[in-house]
Design a protein around this ligand. Structure first.
Ligand code: PLP
Length: 397
């Protein structure tokens, strides 16, 4: 058979990058402007102020041209000195990757081990910190939303465990696949460095990342000895924009101003509620499929379900990549794959960013069709469970 030429929009169900709304596409198409032009400085200032509202912080924000990895790196090199010890809470591929980066910089990494399907134990975190009587641990690193497993880590509970142990470590949080999709409260939760990126909940093209930085972290920063230059917060403060070095990607800033406008027009709480609703529809569908020894939810702790991405575990002997291939090649739906040791075992349905009910229902229907084509056992009719849930949720009160 000849390959089909795709028509219509590709359904993009990846957990990042995500769909870019038309108004953001329009905003990023702005012609070049001198980044020191007063007209642009207003845009720059609006974006920094808006990001602070999204992060729920009144503290400093620094921005980088670079994907999330740049902001991960910025948080490490600006805060630590060779040999410093960090405690990483294990969540999955992304906690491992951040920890590996810390090791690359000569930092000592301790890990609070956790089952990837159940999530970390906060009592164990508290115990580990209480045992560290000499306060060797300089920071706790937490990934709020583990994109690889579809699980959320409560930052409020992480902070509570640190407080209960009366431990002075900094709290570093990766919000890359949570900001703008799940609630995040930098100041209320006592987060010292919040790492975020452009291409997920903020619905922008990839290429910008940023860190919110607390006053406590800024004081630690002054003593840090790891080498740094482009990402150096002190260097940034001497520049005109106060939080950026080099040529400013003006188009991404125009886009981010529009992204913040969209999030605030809908209202952050409504944005979070929409993500929760769509995520629940996905979970009900997957739970239904899991009958007949079908694919099931990877996350085994219902209180930790991620509302921005769902990882679906394949039944034994079936390859997740085969399902993804059918979805893409036969139906033009792009799903996320399994990362790290989950390769081939899970596929991921991203449900964050610019997304509504018909997009989710279309994606779920297509995944069900793909399971059929790929010969994966499942209980047919998962989409019906999603339809019933979404219909109930849409009923006037
Ligand atoms: N942290 C999390 C939770 C992520 O989901 C990702 C990317 O998917 C990263 C970090 C790395 O960010 P980037 O790929 O933008 O460099």
């Amino acid at each position: 058979t000849t390959a089909r030429i795709p028509r219509g929009r590709q359904f993009f169900a990846n957990p990042g990058p995500t769909n870019i709304p038309d108004s953001i596409l329009k905003a990023v198409s702005a012609v070049s402007i001198d980044f020191n032009d007063p007209a642009f400085l207003t845009v720059y200032d609006d974006v920094v102020a808006g990001l602070k509202r999204i992060l729920k912080t009144q503290q400093d924000v620094f921005l980088y041209t670079g994907s999330g990895h740049a902001a991960w790196e910025a948080a490490l090199v600006n805060l630590f000195s060779p040999g410093d010890t960090l405690l990483i809470i294990e969540t999955g591929h992304f906690s491992e990757s951040w920890g590996k980066m810390a090791k690359d910089f000569g930092l000592e990494v301790r890990t609070l081990s956790a089952d990837w399907r159940r999530g970390a134990d906060f009592a164990a975190l508290r115990a580990m910190l209480a045992e560290d009587k000499t306060h060797t641990i300089k920071a706790v690193c937490a990934v709020q939303n583990e994109t690889a497993t579809g699980m959320e880590l409560s930052i409020a509970e992480t902070r509570a465990a640190m407080d209960a142990a009366a431990h002075p470590a900094l709290l570093l949080v990766d919000t890359i696949s949570s900001l703008g999709s799940l609630d995040f409260r930098m100041d209320e939760w006592g987060v010292d460095a919040a790492v975020g990126g452009s291409q997920k909940g903020l619905m922008l093209p990839t290429g910008m990342s940023f860190t919110g930085v607390s006053a406590k972290a800024m004081a630690t920063h002054k003593l840090s000895k790891l080498p740094k230059s482009y990402l150096n917060w002190t260097n940034m403060l001497t520049r005109r924009h106060k939080s950026f070095i080099g040529t400013v990607p003006t188009s991404l800033f125009y886009g981010m101003r529009e992204s913040i406008r969209l999030l605030e027009e809908e209202g952050l709480d409504a944005v979070f509620a929409r993500h929760a609703r769509l995520a629940e529809a996905v979970r009900r569908c997957v739970r239904h499929w899991s009958g007949n020894n079908g694919p099931s939810l990877f996350c085994e702790s219902p209180d930790r379900f991620s509302n921005s991405v769902t990882a679906v575990l394949m039944p034994e002997g079936h390859d997740a990549e085969a399902v993804r291939r059918v979805a893409l090649q036969a139906f033009n739906v792009s799903l996320g794959g399994g990362l790290n040791r989950l390769g081939g075992q899970v596929f991921r349905i991203g449900h964050l960013g610019d997304l509504n009910e018909p997009m989710i229902l279309g994606t779920l229907a297509t995944v069900e069709a793909s399971l059929r084509v790929a010969g994966v056992p499942h209980a047919p009719g998962g989409v019906q469970a999603a339809i019933e849930y979404l219909a109930e949720a849409a009923r006037p009160a």
